[in-house]
Design a protein. Structure first.
Lengths: 193, 237
């Protein structure tokens, strides 16, 4: 279940028992987002910050200053997303337990999930428009491939392919072929530590 | 979805009918805001949002003057202060829509600028319009509009949830006080004022709207309550 489905489902759910379905779906989404944010900070944002001049560099034009500021802000958006996830977990685990849910709590959960959806979409838009261009400029092909591998494969997990499998569920057949081709290129990289 | 209302025990229970009408209207406005993320103009949203705010302003003002105004308890003042917050939310949304398609981008740029030190911040603030133009060029006009519509939806949803919470608090904390402290005829007059705007060209603009938002069986309850208003002038005579 994706985030938009989660929020619309929240609006219509009627019985307390089905809260378990929401919890499971939310856990899946939160786990994916947390892994993505952590890996992105480490393998994309950090190398970019090292590569780009500081926003107070006098040689920078306004356009570059703005882009640098927005890229630096990416880390904060991750923090905002993670903090939003924690807020929802707090409601799920502390306020309502697993047996009963009052209407007000449902409304607040809905609000929190929709807010998360909006922060996530803002973040992804900024990333696609500004950050990816900087990645192409700053990172070598090998660094980009390494970042892609770390975003897709979780070597610390019992099933390292859980991210790949989760993403595949949302892709068309053609897109799955692209993903498989990318995965094949990981063979050329050094074995992860 | 609110449950069906099957009877009104006292005139002040008109609030349950009114709150149900507000629930329906505000959810409709929220859906229009959500739909606007897909594109199109905001005319229908703006019309319905304006109507929601008009109803809310009359309702809140009437409550402040004739329902909580005479009460001395802190809970009455809390109720009035929640009205101020709701109106502030509505004003913010009107200002946000007034800023046009790049209002959402402006929100994001402001948030990013908080990461800068004071000098950098001042430099960039001076170039705010240029910054928005640069980002619009980089991101594309469609994404800028979509972001603004997303933020609009978030603001409307926040206001709707605030309104729901407020009505719920009012039903739990304020309405029992009215039942305890208001005389029967005074309570009936309050119900009348909440539904009939004596100062308007069309005094029935509130009650007619409430009727439209209710189920036929609930409309009967509203009609019965309106019929009882005739007793107010009789008692006054």
């Amino acid at each position: 279940m994706r985030l938009t489905e989660l929020s619309s489902w929240l609006m219509t759910w009627k019985t307390a028992g089905t809260l378990q379905v929401f919890k499971l779906a939310f856990n899946e989404w939160a786990t994916s987002l947390m892994f993505h944010a952590e890996q992105e900070d480490k393998y994309v944002t950090m190398p970019l910050i090292q590569c780009t001049p500081s926003a107070d560099d006098p040689s920078l034009g306004l356009a570059d200053k703005v882009k640098d500021t927005m890229i630096t802000h990416e880390e904060e958006m991750h923090e905002e997303l993670l903090s939003g996830l924690e807020d929802v977990f707090a409601v799920l685990n502390e306020d309502i337990g697993s047996t009963s849910v009052i209407t007000r709590t449902k409304q607040h959960l809905y609000g929190q999930v929709m807010t998360l959806r909006i922060v996530q979409e803002d973040h992804l838009d900024t990333e696609e428009a500004l950050v990816l261009l900087m990645v192409e400029r700053c990172l070598t092909d090998e660094q980009q491939l390494l970042a892609a591998r770390e975003l897709l494969l979780d070597n610390a997990a019992a099933d390292p392919r859980w991210v790949m499998n989760w993403i595949s569920e949302s892709l068309t057949d053609g897109e799955r072929v692209l993903l498989a081709n990318l995965e094949a290129r990981f063979q050329a990289l050094p074995v992860p530590a | 979805m609110m449950e069906d209302i099957t009877h009104l025990e006292r005139p002040i229970d008109v609030q349950i009918l009114l709150h149900k009408a507000f629930h329906t209207l505000s959810l409709r406005v929220e859906k229009l805001a959500a739909d606007s993320e897909k594109g199109g103009d905001l005319k229908k949203f703006e019309d319905q949002f304006g109507y929601w705010v008009k109803q809310l302003l009359y309702h809140a003002t009437t409550e402040d003057n004739f329902m909580t105004g005479p009460l001395q308890q802190d809970v009455a003042r809390d109720n009035e202060s929640k009205h101020v917050v709701l109106v502030k939310n509505a004003t913010d949304i009107i200002e946000f829509v007034g800023k046009g398609d790049s209002a959402g981008l402006e929100d994001s740029v402001k948030a990013a600028m908080f990461t800068l030190d004071e000098k950098q911040h001042e430099d960039l603030v001076e170039s705010a319009n240029d910054i928005q133009n640069i980002l619009t060029r980089e991101m594309g006009q469609d994404k800028v509009i979509t972001r603004t519509r997303r933020h609009l939806y978030r603001k409307v949803m926040d206001m709707r949830i605030l309104e729901f919470d407020h009505f719920e608090n009012e039903e739990v904390f304020v309405i029992p006080l009215i039942r305890e402290q208001m005389a029967g005829n005074q309570e009936l007059e309050l119900a009348r004022l909440l539904l009939i705007d004596d100062t308007a060209d069309d005094p029935r603009w509130v009650i007619d709207w409430v009727a439209k938002e209710l189920k036929p069986s609930e409309r009967v309850l509203l009609q019965e309550l309106e019929d009882s208003f005739a007793g107010i002038s009789a008692a006054a005579d």
